[in-house]
Design a protein around this ligand. Sequence first.
Ligand code: GLN
Length: 455
Amino acid sequence: TEACLAAISASGRLNAFVHETPDMARAMAAEADRRIAAGEALPMTGIPVGIKDVFCVKGVPSQAASRILSGFRPEYESTVTQNLWNAGAVMLGKLNQDEFAMGSTNETSCYGRAVNPWKGTDGTELTPGGSSGGSAAAVAADLCLGATGTDTGGSIRQPAAFTGTVGLRPTYGRVSRWGVIAYASSLDQAGPMTKSVRDAAIMLGAMASVDPQDSTSADIPVPDYEALLTGDIRGKKIGIPREYRVDGMPDEIDALWRKGAEMLRDAGAEIVDISLPHTKYALPAYYVIAPAEASSNLARYDGVRYGHRARLGQGDGITEMYEKTRAEGFGPEVRRRIIIGTYVLSAGFYDAYYNRARKVRSLIKGDFDAAFGAGVDAILAPTTPSAAFPLGAMDAADPVQMYLQDVFTVTLNLAGLPGIAVPVGQDGQGLPLGLQLIGRPFEEGDLLNQALVLE
Ligand code: GLN
């Protein structure tokens, strides 16, 4: 804990931690020492972790990197963080992210951009990815031993790929959403971001639980994931989806994908070509459904109940108070999503957009069900279309350029499936490149075991 606190103090350049909690950390570490001495150590006793800002931690600023939540200190604790503290983990502080987890570069944060500890060969500063960019940067730079992330459309896996770390997005329902500030509730899921597959197994075991406070949390026992890590994947069938071979895919990503398939084959898995025919509709469906749900979830920020309230002028009434507060509190990307979301949900366009996207979502889920029904145990695909790119590269781009970053990650969120991103190789500049494995629902143990072979 002391080593992490010192590393955090020296890490200003990365802007990974946005709020440090050294007093809490030291008190929790002292309690961990006591437990270890008493022979009462639990799986994460004394392990210092960072928490993405989107998780409510009682008494600690929890803003989802939004100005609209400035000054908000929750009265309650998210189930995930409570589970981590119950398992003995030590709280180091809150981590940077995109505002309300909307973004792929950590550049929409009210705290400013987080920076990737990796640099380009000419010293160029790179994005750590997003939205869990602070979590990924902190783990990669050894500021903590693990971090929480959330993955609505790739926000755990893409930053893991950009920083050479491991990121696991669990099955929808595996981990409670209680106390996690909502983005798109039917897609959001929290998961671990770690240095190794084994750490991800241990941390997922600590985070997961059935929770009466989240009606979508699944009443399925949480296995001992670490005990399932045998590395034996003989006879497992791994699917290679042909639709993920997109136009213009860089050769190095293609080569990495082939290398990953060989590693799994060498370990005794059977590699089969599969088709997920509706893949190309996933991104447009996601960018209708996610903003629709976001526009509804964000309606609660009205200047009355939480955080920021605009200064009012003479004669301003409640409508002006809402308008001014929301205009000042939300950043441009969040406002864009609210506008898209309210548009696709409006009476005149609901059927053409939102309802159609929901139908596409069922077709995408059907593709995965068919693959798993035909005996495929997991699906191997690239995590991202490129390695980490320079900070600011998206500034001048049309927002759709940023949305295209999510082409390989959003599919499984729409289907509610688990996925793990593992660093497998490097690009020409020596920057990390990752692959992801997509698994059957609630078979995270299997997925972790297969990921061990790729590590
Ligand atoms: N980049 C995607 C988005 O902006 C994914 C975000 C996420 O998973 N939270 O919606």
